[in-house]
Design a protein around this ligand. Structure first.
Ligand code: ZN
Length: 282
């Protein structure tokens, strides 16, 4: 295992182990953060000529439920090895009948319905080095990177996958699925898909000045959009397994098409304009 001083990756992918397990020459890097340990080691390898850090969101053996993931440690760890752009593939439920299993949606909006998660770095709690983060109110009107979204959509279409451009992801606390009433409510609000990990991942990325792009694979129709017994975990795993190969292809194409770190000039890079953070970002 390498130490974090020896490694660099400009792009991060937070997703399952299915995305990096076929790469050759993956370096496992253990990173500690002021917020504790990330979900797992970072697995750094080369994709499309770029250095990419893969982080299994739920741990390599999928032992962390969505509400127990240390999102702050995950984003901090990625930034500390050089990551400035993050792709976040995830499995979601479709809230509208037209977003059936196998749909890939690149959302442009997010609704937070989580309950118990640490969702800011700027909480006034001192870091181990004694510095204290100031109160910072991050602009989050557009929660996803516009450049990253464009790249993801183009990559999907380049592989013949007609991905949905935009839509709202509502993020629930989980780990249970929604009741029928909750799901009908989410659908009636006009929201597109429902997931359990998209928040606070996106906002914490923004707080660190990182570009974050969500790539949401629909694995089932949520309870309010279908007429059967409701979502089952078996069904979710089956659809995810059937699509993980092409999602990986799209993801890798997107990695190669993202701007170089020094060329970024999207809204994410201006997240801290006018603010004194009080702390040094890694
Ligand atoms: Zn950006």
């Amino acid at each position: 295992m390498a130490t974090d001083a020896q490694v660099y990756a400009g792009i991060g992918v937070i997703g399952g182990s299915g995305f990096y397990s076929f790469l050759e020459d993956v370096t496992e890097v253990s990173v500690d953060t002021p917020y504790g340990s990330p979900s797992d080691s970072l697995f750094i390898g080369e994709v499309a000529g770029r250095q990419v850090a893969f982080l299994p969101r739920h741990g390599r053996s999928h032992t962390l439920p969505p509400h127990k993931i240390n999102y702050r440690a995950n984003l901090w760890a990625l930034r500390s090895v050089g990551v400035r752009q993050v792709l976040g593939p995830c499995a979601v439920g479709g809230l509208q009948a037209e977003y059936g299993p196998g749909t890939l949606l690149v959302p442009d909006q997010l609704v937070d319905r989580t309950k118990s998660r640490a969702q800011t770095f700027f909480d006034g709690e001192p870091l181990p080095d004694g510095t204290v983060p100031n109160v910072v109110h991050t602009t989050f009107a557009d929660p996803y990177c516009p450049d990253g979204r464009r790249v993801a959509l183009k990559a999907a279409r380049g592989r013949g996958w007609d991905a949905v451009d935009g839509g709202t992801m509502v993020v629930i606390e989980g780990p249970r699925f929604s009741t029928r009433a909750e799901s009908r409510w989410h659908a009636a609000a006009g929201w597109s898909v429902v997931g359990m990990t998209g928040h606070p991942e996106a906002v914490l990325a923004r707080e660190l000045g990182l570009c974050y792009t969500s790539m949401a694979l629909v694995t089932d129709l949520d309870a309010g959009a279908e007429t059967g017994e409701g979502v089952s975990h078996t069904e979710v795993l089956k659809v995810f397994g059937a699509n993980v190969g092409r999602l990986r292809e799209v993801l890798f194409d997107a990695v190669g098409a993202l701007p170089e770190t020094v060329d970024r000039d999207c809204l994410c890079t201006h997240a801290h304009d006018g603010w004194d953070l009080g702390i040094e970002l890694p």
